[in-house]
Design a protein around this ligand. Structure first.
Ligand code: HEC
Ligand code: HEC
Length: 320
């Protein structure tokens, strides 16, 4: 009994002493609601995300106890750096939509809010209704409307240039800022799947090179072999007057090149993107890959790959 008492007292004293060591206070200024966003969506984001992704942090008394405070501070500071709603007002609508899409992606993948945080802050957890509401709202911001004539014109001009052969005349495509060279051959690869991104109105084709196709056929898709390459090409979604949706102007193509050793710093993949029909390399410097890796992070258990290969019928057809 006495011994137990001593331990309890010892713990209380130790906790007390720990309080002398505190992390630097995180600056906090009130964050306004996201302009133009309905109150119930703002409520969800504020309750579940703002603590780490806005200028305002609402720490509870127990967050301020050491040693927990060190962890909480780290999350707040890193969270803000990765993603911050506070710049909302100055963003153009497409960038706002993009931000919401990114947020939704993380929420639906159960990556956010950080599970270590919701364990202690139960009220920050997203319920199934919260997620459904976020999704519905984010979808509703980008309803499908008939493509305007300016955009149709861009697609038509590209097509004309293709038909009369001037599209290739743009010269050599520059490498990406991380020195990865453009791979024109992707157009001859096998299609792995296709997606439609509602928020920014693009349709995408995902292609796999021979090594990736072989891996698919052999069911090695949990960890892709070195040499596997994916290309994702996107076109502006063209909503025609008759309601049909087709691929319009070329938008961009991006690659993931597997080499566990060479690209160990970027999750084992080389990342690169070229944008526009002049195939301009994307990214101000080599650090652009952080953006790619962060967003692909929820798929870590799937070797960072989102796309589930559509059945590749070759193997089946051969067996007939
Ligand atoms: C306890 C702090 C915390 C909370 C609460 C939180 N996040 Fe995060 N978030 C982080 C940290 C830390 C990072 C950067 C490191 C990482 O990705 O784990 C991050 C990164 C992100 C990113 C960038 C993607 C990335 O991996 O870099 C997005 C988007 C994001 N969070 C969205 C959300 C959304 C949406 C919510 C609310 C539903 C939310 N977060 C709640 C701490 C938090
Ligand atoms: C906002 C989140 C996000 C960012 C940022 C992002 N990706 Fe992706 N990426 C996705 C999603 C989601 C898919 C799944 C297919 C789809 O939805 O079109 C995907 C798919 C891909 C694929 C096809 C293979 C796969 O994983 O399914 C490639 C290649 C790819 N991305 C390359 C890149 C490159 C290169 C960058 C950085 C320049 C990048 N991505 C940045 C979300 C993102």
């Amino acid at each position: 009994m006495k011994k137990a008492m001593m331990i309890v007292i010892g713990l209380i004293v130790a906790t007390g002493v720990l309080q002398l060591f505190r992390p630097e206070k995180v600056p906090s200024t009130p964050a306004a609601n996201l302009a133009g966003v309905p109150p119930e969506v703002n409520r969800i984001l504020r309750t579940s995300c703002f603590d780490c992704h806005s200028s305002e942090v609402n720490l509870r008394w127990y967050d301020q106890l050491s040693p927990a405070s060190f962890l909480v501070n780290k999350h707040v500071l890193e969270g803000r750096k990765a993603f911050n709603f506070s710049g909302w007002d100055s963003l153009p609508t497409p960038a706002q939509n993009n931000m919401l899409y990114y947020a939704l992606n993380q929420a639906l993948a159960n990556e956010m809010p950080l599970p270590s945080y919701t364990m202690v802050h139960g009220s920050a957890s997203l319920s199934a209704e919260d997620k459904a509401l976020l999704k519905q709202y984010i979808f509703s911001r980008t309803p499908r409307k008939t493509t305007d004539t300016t955009q149709l014109h861009v697609a038509d001009k590209q097509y004309e240039a293709f038909v009369n052969g001037t599209l290739q005349a743009t010269g050599k495509v520059k490498p990406a800022p991380n020195e990865i060279a453009y791979i024109p051959d992707y157009r001859n690869w096998k299609m792995m799947s296709t997606t439609d991104r509602f928020d920014n109105g693009t349709v995408r084709m995902i292609y796999a090179n021979d090594i990736a196709v072989k891996a698919i056929e052999e069911h090695h898709t949990k960890e892709w072999p070195d040499g596997a390459v994916f290309a994702k090409a996107a076109w502006k979604e063209q909503v025609n007057a008759d309601g049909s949706v087709t691929a319009g102007a070329f938008w961009q193509v991006e690659f993931m090149i597997k080499d566990a050793g060479k690209y160990a710093q970027t999750a084992g993949w080389g990342w690169a993107r070229w944008r526009g029909d002049d195939l301009k390399p994307y990214g101000a410097n080599a650090a652009f890959t952080q953006e790619c890796v962060s967003c692909h992070q929820p798929m870590k258990g799937n070797d960072y790959v989102f796309t589930k290969p559509l059945n590749l019928f070759r193997a089946l057809q051969q067996k007939r």
